[in-house]
Design a protein around this ligand. Sequence first.
Ligand SMILES: [Zn+2]
Length: 183
Amino acid sequence: MPTEEIIIDSAMSFAEAIEGSTAPLEIIDSLSMIDVNYYSFDGLRHQGQIVVEARLEDDVYEIFQLIEKLKFPVGKVIPIVAYRWEDGNSMADNNASAFNFRVIADTNKLSLHSFGRAVDINPVQNPVIYPAGLIAPAGATYRPQNKGTFIAKHPIVQEFIKRGWHWGGNFEQPKDYHHFEKT
Ligand SMILES: [Zn+2]
């Protein structure tokens, strides 16, 4: 069987993937980085990396296996250090990521991303929509019929929920369609 060509989107060491994070050491020590394979919007198979809490490693790895099997397109999966820890830049680039020691936008509460317990996928197809209508990333639109978009009954959303995760599309407000978290 010929091996299918794979495009490497990310090939960092763990040290590189946490470089410059302001997270305390006990959080850094609880993290793990996994390699994931997925088809991107170019129809080609890619390899990326994602940093999550070590205890959630199996969930995230197995969900990405389902993502690959279903050929659900994922923009890219690169540790957010590549975006200087700026979630806005990562979202605008349609990047999927998890660990980022930061507060929830416009609050002083630590996000579950701070512990690697939240995963964002395809922010451009699945933006966050605030009650006043503001959308992030800017210019994105949520169109459920588009490829790479999550809806409540999507098998990937269902797989997260089966494993005890919450989907941001079910949040009262804001609607955070790209966000999955395990509390
Ligand atoms: Zn998120």
